[in-house]
Design a protein around this ligand. Structure first.
Ligand SMILES: CC(C)(COP(=O)(O)OP(=O)(O)OC[C@H]1O[C@@H](n2cnc3c(N)ncnc32)[C@H](O)[C@@H]1OP(=O)(O)O)[C@@H](O)C(=O)NCCC(=O)NCCS
Length: 426
């Protein structure tokens, strides 16, 4: 959304403007003191017990833990101990996330687990905040995860910030024409030009992952599936690719696409046609991404479904860094004072003077921007706003943001964009 009307004065027929700003609601329940719990990098000697704890926590076969840890990297495993005894753990996935066309350092988190006898006492919340402090010290601006429990992660300052959509169609139902001008071929592994093509297209989608090796492995070797990668070229230049797995289920089969991207319409249409070539047996073709995905837009007719499979939650780990690193709409400008109140990481609380120009932000901490509109918000309100998941008036009604009309207009212009989404799960 472009900033077209600037700050407005309230008028008698503007109900929104006359509504008194709600007080910002703080979650203040003190966490149980857990000073005897320590989160630290896993030692080789810890991985056996961690595999035991996490396989029980998530209900997967114990012998699958070692492959998972190997893919994640032993250096990314964290163990929570009390008196040297392992009580829980998690897996860190260092990567980036695209916002405003720029990659922002992001710590992905998976495999959060606590032994059953320790649950319900704030142990996981304590572990999450310890993990976030370490990530902040290492220079991470954001943290993102797919929650099994929203309440738990809200206690650590995460908020819902976007979603992973499933887009599916029955290949027998759609007429997808051949695209003879391109060449389609199978390639082995994940070639560098495929990685580069992902890197050229993903920044356009807010929330997409700037992938590291762990997520790339999930693309090519998803659990329980065997994939093939096909590229689409024109005149010798790569214009698209698709990573496909084909699996039997009763009399029918299904095609699961773990990744697809294209830089031209002809490549995207050729990929859709390739997927339709499974129609003699397949009754469903499915991929994940956003609702305004290029491929979804090119589907003819209404015989497809778009649904949310998972919401993701975002945590602003370092407010100044998160605002400085992301990109912004080029047409947005002006200055704002943000007053952040962070319940679980008070090191983020305080004033931020933010000025936008040419798609970049200048951020000064600890002071107001002279004469600029002011917004007061919680760390969770900021997370939802930052991603573009919710507009200012929704966050104000939720009690997570307090801002007058002039500040809300600026916030909505600054954080505007496509709905935040992810292709990947982790
Ligand atoms: C989820 C899990 C890590 C929570 O551990 P825990 O130590 O009991 O969590 P905490 O005591 O720190 O909980 C913090 C808050 O989240 C809430 N919470 C925790 N788990 C919850 C759940 N499954 N559903 C709803 N609320 C939950 C707690 O009630 C508490 O809320 P409160 O502060 O309002 O009292 C633990 O139950 C577990 O290991 N589960 C199996 C693996 C799993 O599901 N991991 C999460 C993957 S994303």
């Amino acid at each position: 959304m472009a900033l077209v009307d600037g700050p407005r004065r309230p008028s008698t027929n503007d109900a929104q403007a006359w509504r008194a700003p709600k007080a910002v609601v703080m979650v203040t329940r003190p966490m149980a003191p857990h000073s005897d719990l320590e989160l630290s990098p896993a030692l080789d000697a810890d991985t056996d017990r961690l595999g035991d704890v996490l396989s029980h926590a998530f209900g997967f076969p114990r012998d699958e833990a070692s492959l998972w840890f190997e893919r994640a990297g032993i250096e990314n495993l964290r163990v929570l101990k009390r008196g040297g005894v392992l009580r829980g753990g998690l897996v860190e996935i260092p990567m980036g996330q695209w916002f405003g066309g720029r990659s922002v350092t992001m710590m992905g988190v998976a495999g959060v687990g606590v032994v059953p006898e320790e649950r319900g006492r704030g142990v996981a919340a304590h572990m999450m905040v310890s993990m976030l402090r370490e990530a902040r010290a290492r220079g991470f601006a954001l943290s993102t995860l797919y929650p099994a429990s929203v309440t738990l992660y809200r206690r650590a300052g995460y908020e819902r910030a976007g979603a992973r959509f499933a887009i599916s169609f029955d290949p027998r139902m759609l007429d997808l024409p051949r695209v003879p001008e391109v060449t389609v071929g199978e390639v082995s592994g994940t070639p560098e030009d495929v990685v580069a093509l992902y890197g050229a297209t993903a920044p356009r989608f807010p929330g997409y992952i700037d992938r590291g090796p762990y997520v790339w492995t999930r693309v090519s070797k998803p659990r329980g599936h065997v994939t093939k990668t096909f590229t689409v070229s024109h005149g010798g230049a790569l214009e698209g690719y698709v990573v496909v797995s084909h699996a039997m289920g009763g009399a029918d089969t299904s095609v699961l696409v773990t990744d697809l991207a294209a830089t031209t319409s002809r490549a995207a249409r050729a990929i859709l046609r390739l997927l339709a070539e499974y129609r003699s047996l397949a009754t469903v073709v499915k991929w994940h991404g956003g609702p305004s995905d290029l491929f979804t837009n090119l589907l003819p007719e209404r015989h497809h479904t778009v649904s949310i499979t998972d919401s993701f939650m975002l945590r602003i780990v370092d407010v100044a860094r998160a605002l400085s690193l992301r990109g912004w709409p080029r047409g947005a400008g002006g200055s704002l004072t943000l007053e952040v109140d962070d319940a679980s990481m008070p090191e983020n609380s305080g004033l931020y003077a933010v000025t936008l120009e040419g798609g970049r932000a200048t951020v000064a901490t600890g002071r107001a921007a002279a004469g600029a509109p002011r917004a007061k918000l919680t760390e969770r309100g900021l997370a939802a706003l930052y991603a573009g998941h919710a507009p200012a008036h929704v966050l104000a009604d939720a009690g997570w943001l307090e801002a007058d009309d002039a500040a809300r207009v600026l916030l909505d212009a600054w954080f505007a964009g496509a709905y935040p989404s992810m292709r990947d799960f982790f």
